[in-house]
Design a protein. Structure first.
Length: 324
């Protein structure tokens, strides 16, 4: 029986699956919808057969149970970055955005990239719990910022005093919850990645919250071979917009990664101007050469992330001598 690559497009209640088979030189597509529960997983395995490889996009928490079940049944499972699948679809000039079409695209992506994909592996319970806390923290931070903006607006008028009191109470409660969740997340990372966590914090201006978030999002940087890959993953890489003599736009970071972690790194960059002499000298040199201050801060954040990569990968604490 030939090896097949099954694409799975997952939603909350169901998932669509598709794969291609070749008979007498002709390809046909097999497709089917299953319920997103254990009954559906059993039917999927029977339908796909023992030679199947499965691929799905990382979809928050929806894909985890499916991937876990298939892994426990000794199937090879790939969990792909959604952006890679989207770009692959665009390269095929696909215009449709539907569950069935997405499953077919994932199947083709897996078939064309076999041998280059890394099989998915489940995380420990502590790490999974810490990642759930990180996801919740991103949401709470966004909501808390929205409340802060609303409070500032309500303070401009006496008619908003009642709403202002209620919002302030909610914001204070949220801030307490955020601090509690951050402490719990950091404690879990201390257990699962103690060495990487401690090394990252030897860099001036990198605090426990940022160190924990970066380590959680990358599983201790295990999936990255270079600092450039890590910066690209978080959307910290510089992006130029220039062509010929007529197109010469402003440079900026690509912003394709995790916005929450980017915001943490940006805060660390601001802090580093006071506490990290190397970063301060780097920032000043960029400004003197005519770079905008915000662009220079982004470059400092990029430098901090690269430094974190070097420190963790080399298993050597940061030192001012090594940074110069």
């Amino acid at each position: 029986m030939q090896e097949i690559h099954v694409g799975i497009d997952i939603s909350k209640l169901t998932f669509h699956s598709a794969y291609k088979v070749c008979n007498d030189g002709k390809y046909r597509s097999e497709e089917r919808e299953f319920k997103n529960n254990e009954v559906g997983y059993k039917e999927l395995v029977l339908w796909a057969g023992p030679k199947a490889h499965f691929i799905m996009e990382a979809t928050g928490l929806y894909h985890v149970n499916t991937a876990m079940y298939l892994h426990e049944k000794s199937y090879t499972v790939y969990v792909a970055n959604p952006l890679k699948i989207r770009r692959f679809s665009q390269m095929q000039f696909r215009r449709s955005k539907a569950d069935k079409a997405d499953a077919r695209v994932e199947s083709e992506f897996s078939e064309m990239n076999k041998g280059r994909l890394t099989a998915w592996m489940p995380t420990t319970k502590n790490l999974a719990k810490a990642r759930s806390l990180l996801t919740a923290l991103k949401l709470l931070r966004t909501q808390n910022t929205a409340k802060k903006n609303a409070i500032q607006a309500l303070q401009l008028t006496p008619d908003g005093m009642e709403a202002l009191t209620q919002l302030k109470a909610l914001q204070k409660s949220e801030q307490t919850t955020i601090l509690s969740m951050e402490r719990e997340m950091i404690d879990l990372v201390c257990v699962s990645h103690a060495e990487e966590f401690n090394l990252a914090q030897t860099i001036p201006s990198i605090g426990p919250k940022t160190a924990a978030a970066v380590i959680l999002a990358t599983d201790g940087l295990k999936s990255f071979d270079t600092s450039r890959q890590l910066c690209a993953y978080f959307g910290m890489s510089p992006r130029q917009y220039q062509s010929g003599t007529s197109v010469n736009g402003k440079g900026h970071i690509c912003k394709m990664g995790n916005p929450y972690i980017r915001s943490l790194l940006y805060i660390c960059a601001v802090s580093s101007l006071r506490f990290n002499k190397t970063c301060r000298a780097f920032y000043d040199s960029l400004v003197e050469r005519g770079k905008a201050k915000k662009l220079a801060l982004n470059a400092v954040a990029n430098k901090l992330l690269r430094t974190l990569f070097a420190v963790v990968k080399n298993k050597k604490s940061w030192s001012i001598e090594g940074a110069l």
